[in-house]
Design a protein around this ligand. Structure first.
Ligand code: SF4
Length: 333
């Protein structure tokens, strides 16, 4: 499938999908490894390639304030525009060569819609683009999202936020909710740990809020790398002041993976950063620990338990159909 968002100058392709803005010579691929210059045209190599497919609880994305207790038909492919040393999904995200192309099925967009519609009877509300980085699957995601939206179902994107403004503008009208990773507080972290820059991610977060779409932010806490409480406070203040104090923040525990063998984040660190975030934000959760009390949703006004969570599953025990606390009527979601 020919890719979108590129120009060709003297046979070299200039990709404009993500802020890397790769210049790709004939026969070569971009940093994401899934977009290739073939004779001066850019092709999406992973169009339709589905590496994983599951009906997940919406809480698993994680989205805690978007249809809690529901399910979402989740799909992923291969490739990523970051090179996170701590990648949790490296087997599908950090692909090289062409071996993967024959490992996974190629599924037309209409079949994904059909599967999503069949799963409505089991509580499915739509399709989530997740597992690897969906930005580098743009054309396929877009073609599915159009169909999903027309069918009256929801589109959810789980992303690192490293996407250029123009492609994001194409996606925003189709997407209903986003979970975006904010992986650190500095450009040096982004450069050293994953080969990107932080400003484009901040711009994506702002654009999502400007578009009025549901946004939750995930911050993976890696010992010694991005766990300084004072610097983390800057993140919490930025989110509160720029995105709004009701923005949902997931403070997640890191586990050793891929090229990083630093031991898992101590619970003490997570609790400390949680307390920092709570000084500036109304909706903060600690993920990847199984600590139930930090995953429930309580009404910020009257303290009533409104969504109880066990593992990945949410149970809206005190929430009205229009997202209010059933005790005091405060708007929560
Ligand atoms: S999407 Fe891929 S090819 Fe395009 S700029 Fe980003 S990393 Fe490079």
């Amino acid at each position: 499938m020919e890719a979108k968002f590129y120009s060709t100058i003297d046979g070299q392709v200039h990709c404009g999908l993500c802020p890397h803005r790769c210049h790709i010579s004939d026969g070569k691929k971009g940093i994401c490894q899934v977009r290739k210059n073939d004779g001066g045209k850019l092709y999406s190599l992973n169009y339709g390639v589905v590496s994983a497919m599951a009906l997940d609880p919406i809480e698993k994305k994680p989205l805690y304030h978007f249809h809690p207790g529901s399910y979402i038909f989740s799909i992923g492919s291969v490739g990523c525009n970051f090179r996170c040393l701590f990648c949790q999904n490296y087997s599908i995200a950090q692909v090289k060569g062409n071996g993967w192309t024959e490992s996974f099925p190629v599924i037309p967009p209409q079949v994904i819609l059909q599967k999503a519609q069949e799963a409505v009877a089991q509580g499915n509300i739509g399709v989530a683009y997740t597992y690897n980085e969906p930005t580098v699957w743009f054309e396929y995601m877009y073609n599915i999202a159009e169909r999903v939206s027309e069918a009256g179902l929801k589109n959810v994107m789980v992303s690192n936020g490293y996407i250029e403004a123009i492609p994001l503008d194409y996606l925003l009208p189709l997407m209903d909710a986003f979970n975006i990773d904010l992986k650190g507080y500095s450009n040096s972290f982004y450069k050293r740990m994953l080969g990107g820059t932080i400003e484009p991610v901040r711009n994506t977060l702002k654009a999502i809020v400007r578009a009025g779409k549901h946004l939750e932010v995930t911050y993976l806490v890696i010992p010694y790398e991005n766990d300084n409480p004072a610097r983390f406070r800057e993140v919490a203040i930025w989110i509160s002041e720029i995105l709004g104090p009701d923005t949902v923040l997931h403070v997640n525990r890191y586990y050793p993976s891929y090229m990083l063998d630093t031991p898992a984040t101590p619970l003490k660190t997570l609790l400390e950063l949680y307390a920092v975030a709570k000084e500036h934000l109304n909706n903060v959760y600690i993920g990847n620990t199984g600590m139930a009390e930090y995953n429930n949703t309580y009404c910020p006004k009257c303290g009533k338990l409104v969504v109880e969570r066990h593992g990945m599953h949410g149970n809206p025990v005190g929430l009205t159909n229009d997202g209010r606390c059933s005790g005091c009527g405060s708007q929560i979601m």
